[in-house]
Design a protein around this ligand. Structure first.
Ligand SMILES: [Zn+2]
Length: 382
């Protein structure tokens, strides 16, 4: 690896992706995560910041989005009057085209940084995985992460997309549903209990993509045992066989225990194990090219800490995020000023994560369904 610094993409103008007061999606929570990377002691030893990102050109956006939809967003972007870009979750706002296109460009530049460096790269503002070619969905106007997969595919060939957001990454999965060059592995809360409702085990891809779309729907209450156990048993062998040239990880933080919109119970331990194992795989098998974006997350402290922790782990600075390590005082004051509530003191859990309800019987049942749909075996490693 030539450059020891982890490229981190964050333009201060990302805050313009703002649906207004009262909307659950807050770019400010992601910014607190980025600030926690920037303000840490010795941060200059670990990170190389890319801070000027211009909005993606229409020619770039057209690689995934339809022309009529781009025109709709551009028009709505200039209106004082607010209209919805979907059924009622994703309102347009002044400048929404530029704000969303800037996040797309950030993800594209993260892909470039990972390729140039032969190592991981991080874009905590990215991960807007619900946007479809012809419509917004679930707070996502343009699908930066689908366009990142497309960019990595153009540059390198086979790409694996792994999505650990609590919601199914429908925009990305359907966007590459027939592609034999994109392996899609998606952990999410079961669509029968959570938006957007898709991501059943039976959705396995079509045409050249048949057997390459792997859905791991989890019941409410499932936590780290499900995330880590299924990564090792299902995701890792699929990745080994597929031999991707790069991996794009949508690292949503809304599967964290205590997220107000979802019912999964991941903790920092599960996220840390999964990310370290994926990073190890990327370093062994695909020249370190692991492109990590953020995603959903609706609890300020969990979003900020989960994203910042991911940055430190990708930079191999694991010792700085030990659960008992203190958070910088300046960052804690900034958090309390912005959020109007108490900031966490350490990298450890706050509040208590709750019990992981995932059972061995549930794992066997899900794996049996996957084996039947995919026509292959996933033996237990234990
Ligand atoms: Zn989500």
């Amino acid at each position: 690896m030539s450059d020891p610094h982890l490229p981190v993409v964050w333009d201060p103008r990302y805050g313009e992706y703002n649906f207004g007061p009262g909307h659950p999606f807050s770019m400010a929570h992601r910014e607190l995560g980025a600030d926690l990377l920037a303000e840490a002691e010795g941060a200059e030893r670990h990170f190389r910041w890319i801070r000027t990102i211009e909005p993606a050109q229409l020619s770039e956006l057209r690689r995934f989005h339809h022309e009529e939809y781009l025109q709709l967003v551009e028009g709505a972007s200039r209106l004082e009057r607010r209209i919805f870009l979907d059924g009622g979750d994703t309102p347009a706002f002044l400048g929404c085209h530029e704000a969303a296109a800037r996040i797309v460009q950030g993800s594209i530049e993260t892909v470039r940084a990972a390729i140039d460096r032969s190592g991981p790269a991080f874009h905590p503002a990215g991960g807007l995985h619900h946007a479809h070619p012809d419509r917004a969905s679930g707070f996502c106007i343009y699908n930066d992460v689908a366009l990142a997969v497309a960019a990595a595919h153009r540059a390198l060939g086979r790409v694996a997309y792994v999505d650990i957001d609590a919601h199914h990454g429908d925009g990305v999965m359907y966007g590459f549903y027939s592609s034999g060059d994109v392996l899609n592995i998606d952990f999410h809360q079961d669509g029968r209990t959570l938006f957007p409702g898709t991501g059943d085990v039976g959705e396995t891809g079509i045409s050249d993509g048949a057997g390459l779309k792997v859905n791991l729907p989890l019941p409410p209450g499932a936590g780290d045992r499900a995330l880590v156990g299924l990564f090792r048993r299902v995701a890792r062998p699929m990745l080994e066989e597929f031999r991707p040239q790069a991996i794009v990880l949508q690292h949503g933080a809304d599967g964290h225990a205590g997220d107000p919109l979802t019912e999964l119970r991941y903790t920092s331990r599960g996220y840390t194990t999964l990310l370290n194992e994926l990073l190890g795989f990327a370093e062994e098998r695909c020249a370190g090219r692991l492109i990590v974006t953020g995603g959903g997350g609706y609890h300020a402290a969990h979003v900020a800490l989960t994203l910042a922790r991911a940055g430190y782990l990708l930079a191999h600075a694991n010792e700085l995020v030990r659960p008992d390590a203190s958070l910088p005082e300046a960052w804690r004051r900034e958090f309390e000023t912005r959020e109007g509530g108490p900031a966490p003191h350490t990298w450890g859990e706050s509040p208590a994560p709750g019990t992981d309800l995932w059972s061995a019987a549930e794992e066997e049942s899900l794996v049996a369904r996957l084996e039947s749909e995919l026509g292959r075996r996933f033996p237990s490693s234990s």
